[in-house]
Structure formats: C-alpha cells, structure tokens
Design a protein around this ligand. Sequence first.
Ligand code: DAK
Length: 258
Amino acid sequence: MEFVTYQVEGRIGIITINRPKALNALNSKVLEELDKTLDGVELNTVRALIITGAGEKSFVAGADISEMCALTKAEGEAFGKKGNDVFRKIETFPIPVIAAINGYALGGGCELSLSCDIRICSENAIFGQPEVGLGITPGFGGTQRLARIVGIGMAKEMIYGARSIKAEEAYRIGLVNQVYPLEELMVAAKKMAEAIAKNAPIAVRNCKKAIDDGLQVDMDQAISIEEKLFGNCFQTEDQKEGMSAFLEKRKVETFFNK
Ligand code: DAK
C-alpha cells in the first residue's frame, strides 16, 4: 500500500493514513487502500482498531481538493460514494474503532473521525467542516454525523460558518472524549483499545450494534434490539467463562471469542 499502513500489536490493529506531504488528504487511492485494509483485518484476533494520521501535524486535512476540483457532477457523486462506503464500513465495523486525532481533522478528516466509535485527540488538533468555503457541502456524512454527536445547533454553527475549533472546545462540546499532549496520544489510544480488547469480544460487538442500531429507531424497538443481543450472549462460551470466573472468585485469563 502506498498511503495506508496497517500494523497489529497483540489484539489491537493500527491503521495509519500515511500521506504526510499532503497532510494525509484523502484522494481516491487513500480511500481504496483504507477500504482494502479494513477488509483485511483479522477479526478472530484483532479486537479494537485505532485510526490515526502520519506525522505530527495532521490527522487528515480533508478530501483531496486537487483531485476534487476538476470533477464533473457524476465523478463528484462517485467520489462521494467511495468515501461514504468506506466511512460506513468503519461505522458498522464489527469491532470498536478509535480515532486518534493528531492534528488537523478538517472536512473529510473530521468526517472520518465522526465515523469512528470514539474520538480522542492531541492538544494541537483542529476540527472543522470548511466545505461551504470551497463551494460544496460536507460530502462524507458530516451534515449527518456531526449533528448527532455534538447537537444540531453546534453542528450548524460549525458547518454554516466553516468554523474550525481547537481541541479544548472539541472536548467541551463532546466531539472528543479526551485531549492529550501529542506524544501521549498513541499511548492513550492503545491503552483504551487494550481496555476494550480484554473484555468478552462478542459482548463488546453486541454492545456496539445495540447502541448504533438502537439510535436509529424508537425506544420500544431499541429495547427489543438490546434484548436480542443480550440473549445472544448466552449462547457464547465467553458468557459462561465470565460468570463462572466471578462466582469462583477468579479472574478471567482470556476470553475465547466464541
Ligand atoms: N487537499 C489536497 N491537498 C492538501 C489538503 C487537501 N484537503 N490540505 C493540505 N493539502 C496540501 C497543501 O496543498 C500543501 O501541498 P503543497 O503545496 O506542499 O504541495 C500541503 O498539503 C501542506 O499544506 P499547507 O502548505 O497548506 O500547510 P499549512 O500548515 O500552511 O496549512 C491547513 C494547513 C490544513 C490549514 C491547510 O492546508 C488547509 O486549509 N487545507 C485544506 C483544508 C480543507 O479545506 N479541508 C477540507 C477539504 S474539502 C463530497 C465528498 C467529500 C467532501 C465534500 C463533498 N461530495 C461527494 C459531495 C469533502 C470535502 C473536503 O474534505
């Protein structure tokens, strides 16, 4: 791969968008490689993913403006679909995905982070949806996901005004869960991923599905989704091991993922 690297550390997979000369901007090739990388994640062993950007300045500075500027309407739609398909794949990925945002997260970069389950960032991170200043709308889900995460008023203020915000404001409005000095960001991301990875993987996956699917429907349906996924855990060995360990006053050595 030219622009995306993937490494596995124990039970954690780390995807790095690696195009630092263009501040990791997303061109078609980056999107294709990201898609292929996700398809290659070994879900039997990897239990949490981290997505970050190469270098110390930028997570992802947006979709690639030089590639987009000459697109026709049809090509623009195709480019948008390519990005949306990958971001939806991340959003619905069976295991939790943490965005470790190490600098600029603008336009498509902010949207990439929004498709992840959890966002943490470095002190130099800057978030924004500057698209209206370029004559376009956010095209990779920004108009939809930002409002769901930070609320309608703040999303509209950021999007209509193309207003970028710094890490501390992102923290205040709930866009990120934590802010760290840059050098501590990946350590913290791995610690968070490890805390997830040590738990029963099927239960964690079911939680992700219950939260995400439940948010799309009314409360009666949402509770019913939760009931089914809760019930599903009782056919796993991990439920038997987790509860036996508690009753036998011992720690679970390892969950089996079955
Ligand atoms: N695209 C392409 N190249 C980029 C880029 C981007 N988004 N961001 C930065 N670069 C490149 C710069 O052109 C420069 O390249 P060289 O000139 O060295 O060849 C290099 O990265 C370093 O950037 P700067 O020299 O500008 O660095 P500075 O530190 O001075 O400034 C900056 C950093 C992040 C403030 C600045 O680079 C910047 O404003 N970048 C653009 C940020 C931006 O506007 N991002 C949003 C892009 S629009 C849709 C689908 C998708 C989308 C929309 C619609 N549909 C299908 C409907 C998504 C849209 C976007 O994401």
